[in-house]
Write a protein that binds this ligand. Structure first.
Ligand code: URA
Length: 235
């Protein structure tokens, strides 16, 4: 792929476009070992090597992080509603990153963060039925018939009932619930529909990404590698 050098620099570093132009002018950028001052230079991102201030900038079209979200952080890119999850990505260039979907402030668990708008759109599309599994602790014991209702679909006050879900009992007040939709507060509203209340909620998986397999501690994140990204794209 061919891209303008200044554009690419501003995407791959913390520099703005005009700072990138300035860095070029000051000779801080080497392309294939030679200083380059031309912001309009067309880079071949597959083979040209760019070094900024002595650090090589490897080409990646997009980046993908999995955060194990702790409670108390809002899933947004601004701080207007509280401390946002993006503040946990310390040291990353976050200007083009966004969380894929939402987790409530008090929900923990797997949150994908990327700059890949196309994949995000696909993963969130109701037509794609991407599985999301939640570990759900409830205030009251859940009967087998309530479990059956959650499985078949419940009325949560929307135009249509929830789509069939997978439900596995962990103990009398705890279940693992796999849904394919992503309606607002869906899990909490599903439990309310069977006269219960969620007391603790954690997302265990999203598509082919499984939190336990990724070894990410609460409040920490990992950057996905090529094979994990392929796996995600197959979700
Ligand atoms: N369903 C909810 O109710 N809350 C979440 O954070 C995620 C799913």
């Amino acid at each position: 792929m061919l891209v303008r050098l200044d554009k690419w620099l501003s995407e791959k570093s913390s520099l703005t476009r005009s700072e990138a132009k300035d860095a070029l002018k000051k000779g801080r950028v080497l392309v294939n070992g030679e200083p380059s001052k031309d912001p309009s230079l067309k880079l071949n991102t597959e083979k040209d090597e760019v070094v900024l201030d002595g650090h090589s900038l490897l080409y990646e079209e997009h980046v993908y992080f999995v955060l194990n979200k702790p409670a108390g952080y809002v899933t947004s890119t601004s701080d207007s509603d509280g401390i946002n999850v993006m503040s946990l990505l310390k040291g990353e260039v976050i200007k083009n990153l966004f969380p894929v979907g939402r987790l409530d402030k008090d929900t923990e668990g797997l949150l994908l963060i990327t700059d890949d708008g196309e994949l995000s759109h696909r993963l969130l599309s109701p037509k794609k039925h991407v599985n999301k599994t939640y570990y759900v602790e409830c205030q009251s014991p859940i009967s087998d018939s309530e479990l059956g209702s959650l499985k078949n679909g419940v009325d949560i006050g929307d135009d249509t009932p929830t789509k069939p879900a997978e439900v596995a009992r962990v103990d009398d007040k705890t279940i693992k619930l796999t849904i394919t939709e992503g309606r607002y507060h869906q899990v909490k509203r599903m439990l309310e529909a069977v006269d219960n209340k969620v007391t603790y909620l954690k997302r265990l998986s999203f598509g082919n990404l499984i939190l336990d397999e990724l070894n990410v501690n609460l409040g920490e994140y990992i950057k996905l590698g090529a094979s994990q990204i392929e796996e995600l794209k197959r979700s």
